[in-house]
Every structure is written in structure tokens, then in C-alpha cells.
Design a protein around this ligand. Structure first.
Ligand code: HEM
Length: 222
């Protein structure tokens, strides 16, 4: 039984000799599919974007993709459509399945953020895990999803500044759209760095849950 009423997790429990083996179904196929497709798209777009940006900033060629400006633009635009389609599908799935409650950071989670930070960075006591994601995870995932939205908004202005002039005005014009687009990339890369450190620290069982959907003996189960 899940400890939180708001967490839509299905549980399978089996008695194996004296050991009680419990598994929680945490990540539906649509979320896993979008997560991995989005990971590939993001890396391709970051590398090709840095090649495009090389006209302004001398990024080492080994970190970039596309070989030249035209090639990089082709990679960037192809994967931009995949990235947008993945995002639309993810939002639609999360809303219609009501699974959005799992990663969405809401005001009631605010009080749980500091105890998690104290635990991770200042060796504080570990707060009890009551849902699939703890409040700090929810905050990080909701921010990453918002950053994804911002990357598309600023990218659309760069792609078609005339048709989307209202968006361009909103973010300070074409020049600022470039700056914001680059800042959003930096923020996303920071998120990915922190995310990967956490995934490594939390081990194989946590990692495979994003491949199979299932997690063995999750902490929120009794
Ligand atoms: C190789 C790279 C990556 C690995 C190994 C990885 C691994 C994982 C794992 C294991 C989880 C589940 C955590 C848990 O159950 O506690 C997760 C969730 C998540 N990851 Fe990643 N991830 C990667 C890249 C990314 C990237 C590039 C993004 C986006 C910028 C991202 C965004 C997210 C989000 C938003 C969730 C929560 C999804 C949801 O429940 O709706 N990840 N990731």
C-alpha cells in the first residue's frame, strides 16, 4: 500500500520464503519513452546548438555536432521537432492519466525541501519518504520541465522572430532570445549534472526503474 493517497503507484507484493519482496510500478511506459527520447534529443540539440553558437563563442569543436553551420542547423531543427513532439505527448499523457501529480511540485511540498537539502548536503537525518519522489526531486523535475518549455519558447523566437514577435517582445527582443536560449541550456546542463550524480548515488535499482517501470522495495512501502 502506498503511503500517500495522491501517488498513483501500483504495487505487487509476494512472499518469498521469509523475505518480503515488494515492487512499486513507478514510471508508466509513456514517461519512460519520453524520458529517454528527450535525453537523446537534448544531447543532440546541445551539441549542434553549440556548433551554431560557435559563430559567437569559440566552443571546442569536439563538444559540438554537425561539422559546419548548415549541418548543425539540420541536426538542431530535426531534433527540435522530435523534442517538441515528445513534450506535447508527455504533457498530454501526464494530464489525461493524472500521473502529473507524481513529479509536480506543489506548495505543500515546500516545507519538505529544506530537510532534504539538510540531509544531502549537511548530513542531516533522512526524512521519511512518503511518495515516489521526495519534495526536492519534485522541485528539480518541475523546474527541468519548465526549462524545457522555456527552451522551446526562446527557440521559436530564434526560428521565426516575425511570426512570434509577441514572444520576442516578451523576452526583450531577438538578441535577448539568443542569450536566454543559451542560459536555459546552461541551466538544463546543471540540472542534468545534479540529476546524474543523484542517479549514481541512488544505485542500480533506481536506474533500472526508469527502464522497466518497476522499483524493488521502494522506501515509501511499509
Ligand atoms: C543519461 C542520462 C539520464 C539518466 C541516467 C536519467 C535517469 C533517471 C532516473 C533513474 C529517473 C527516475 C528517478 C527515480 O525514480 O527516483 C529519472 C527521472 C527523471 N528524469 Fe532523468 N535521466 C537522465 C537524463 C535526463 C535528462 C536529460 C532530463 C531532462 C532534462 C531528465 C529529466 C528527468 C525527469 C523530469 C524525471 C522525472 C520524470 C517523471 O516522473 O515524469 N533526465 N531520470
Amino acid at each position: 500500500m502506498a503511503a500517500s493517497n495522491s501517488t498513483p503507484v501500483s504495487i505487487a507484493a509476494t512472499e518469498a520464503s521469509e523475505n518480503r519482496l515488494q515492487t512499486g510500478y513507478e514510471h508508466p511506459w509513456a514517461v519512460r519513452f519520453c524520458h529517454w527520447l528527450n535525453t537523446v534529443s537534448l544531447f543532440v540539440m546541445a551539441a549542434s546548438g553549440l556548433r551554431i553558437f560557435r559563430n559567437l563563442l569559440n566552443v571546442p569543436a569536439s563538444l559540438t555536432l554537425g561539422g559546419w553551420l548548415g549541418g548543425a542547423l539540420q541536426w538542431h531543427m530535426t531534433f527540435a521537432w522530435i523534442y517538441v513532439a515528445t513534450g506535447v505527448f508527455y504533457f498530454a499523457y501526464q494530464i489525461f492519466s493524472r500521473n502529473y501529480r507524481q513529479p509536480l511540485f506543489v506548495p505543500k511540498d515546500l516545507a519538505g525541501v529544506w530537510p532534504m537539502i539538510r540531509h544531502y548536503f549537511f548530513f542531516g537525518r533522512k526524512p521519511a519518504q512518503t511518495e515516489v519522489y521526495n519534495p526536492l526531486q519534485k522541485m528539480a523535475y518541475t523546474s527541468a520541465i519548465l526549462l524545457g518549455l522555456l527552451s522551446v519558447m526562446t527557440g521559436i523566437v530564434l526560428y521565426n522572430p516575425v511570426q512570434f514577435s509577441f514572444l520576442a517582445t516578451l523576452i526583450g527582443g531577438f538578441h535577448w532570445a539568443r542569450v536566454w536560449h543559451f542560459c536555459v541550456l546552461c541551466a538544463l546542463l546543471l540540472f542534468v549534472l545534479g540529476h546524474l550524480i543523484m542517479v549514481i548515488l541512488h544505485g542500480w535499482n533506481n536506474f533500472t526503474s526508469m527502464l522497466t517501470g518497476w522499483k524493488r522495495n521502494p522506501e515509501y512501502l511499509p
